[in-house]
Design a protein around this ligand. Structure first.
Ligand code: PMP
Length: 363
């Protein structure tokens, strides 16, 4: 009997990657996954609870997630036909990559991403058979627009992924910068607005009707409903018709459809929570700077922080004190860094106290 020849079967580079591993154990303060520290309004939770009680479990859910997509379209002012719903935006990133695999006859097709950025773009692209072309951010972690535009001209990517604000740096792409990339690309430019609510800027969703190589990703994961796994892709109908062929027929559970629709219809109640997070982000940034830590300005719900090459030691020290943040070793451009999700005021105070202990102990 001959065994499976895995190296022959796996896409190039997969064996070198590691699976996502969340920290093991129970930690009282979780500041590692860019979730909202605030649960939804109790009125919203109550409505969801009552709707779920009436749900028929024996039937498949609506394959088109119509109620959910329509609630999104109303909230973000686009047409329901321009919206696809997915199990988080992760799933939609995968669908897009599968759909555009052979564009422009390139073999292999190319995606362009700035780095450092959200890891799923390159993982999903690699698995789908793309070549990933990375354009490092500048040393100040600003977009290298010259480099991006050159990469778009020379590599003719099928997709450019822009996380704006960018995970993990907090970098924001201005209107002019996105316009320049849209104008010079014959492929798709995806503006991933996972952290869009925290940026204080207008969404690109409304532009999808005017620009046919623009797609926008949104998610409920950062604004209080990460457990739902509910994300949205907004794109032109011609492209969405094609992505729909790739999408699994009943990709969204009825739980997610029902709860997501109610969450979106009450989206106003997330506003005060978003404002509280932004206020806490700015407070935390000022406090960290006062302790002489290096903090990059962020438009998201997290801060990228460095401390004299002692990031790993600090990460362990925080974890020993029951506080988890994300340790990002060897980031392109930045090197070792910690990404700290903004928590509740109490959680942020605990973080600061523990940090002061670290510094007092000579860290
Ligand atoms: N885009 C970005 C930039 C992210 O940081 C994340 C999650 N960390 C996602 C997309 C995926 O979000 P979800 O699948 O939870 O919608």
């Amino acid at each position: 009997m001959s065994g499976i020849d895995l190296p022959r079967l796996l896409p190039e580079g997969l064996a070198r990657l590691s699976a996502y591993t969340p920290p093991e154990g129970d930690y009282p303060v979780r500041l590692d996954a860019n979730e909202s520290p605030f649960p939804p309004d109790p009125v919203v939770l109550d409505q969801i609870g009552r709707a779920l009680e009436k749900m028929s479990l024996n039937r498949y859910p609506d394959p088109y997630s119509r109620g959910l997509r329509s609630a999104f379209a109303q909230r973000f002012q686009c047409s329901t036909q321009q919206v696809m719903a997915g199990n988080g935006s992760d799933e939609l990133i995968g669908f897009l990559l599968w759909t555009l695999r052979a564009s422009q006859g390139q073999s292999p097709p190319v995606v362009v991403i700035p780095t450092p950025t959200f890891a799923m773009y390159s993982i999903a692209a690699l698995v789908a058979g793309y070549k990933v072309h990375e354009v490092p951010l500048t040393s100040g972690l600003e977009p290298d627009m010259e480099g991006m535009l050159r990469a778009v001209r020379e590599k003719k990517p099928s997709i450019v992924f822009l996380s704006s604000p960018n995970n993990p740096t907090g970098t924001f792409y201005s209107r002019e910068q996105v316009d320049a990339l849209l104008g010079s690309s014959t492929g798709l430019v995806v503006v991933d607005e996972a952290y869009g609510d925290f940026s204080g800027e207008a969404s690109w969703v409304a532009e999808v009707s005017n620009v046919d190589n623009l797609a926008v990703l949104r998610t409920l994961s950062k604004v209080g409903a990460a457990a739902l796994r509910c994300g949205f892709l907004v794109a032109g109908c011609e492209l969405l018709d094609q992505v729909n062929k790739v999408r699994f027929p009943f990709n969204l559970s009825r739980y997610t459809q029902v709860a997501g629709e109610i969450f979106l219809k009450n989206y106003e109640s997330t506003r005060s929570r978003v404002i509280a997070v932004v206020r806490e982000r700015d407070r935390l940034e000022a406090q960290l700077q006062r302790l002489s830590l290096k903090v990059f300005p962020s438009r998201g719900n997290f801060l990228l922080v460095q401390h004299q090459g002692k990031e790993e030691a600090l990460w362990r020290f925080l974890q020993d004190g029951g506080i988890v943040v994300k340790f990002l070793p060897c980031l392109p451009v930045a090197g070792d860094a910690l990404r700290i999700t903004v928590g509740t005021p109490e959680e942020n105070d605990q973080l600061m106290d523990r940090l002061k202990d670290f510094l007092a102990e000579g860290g």
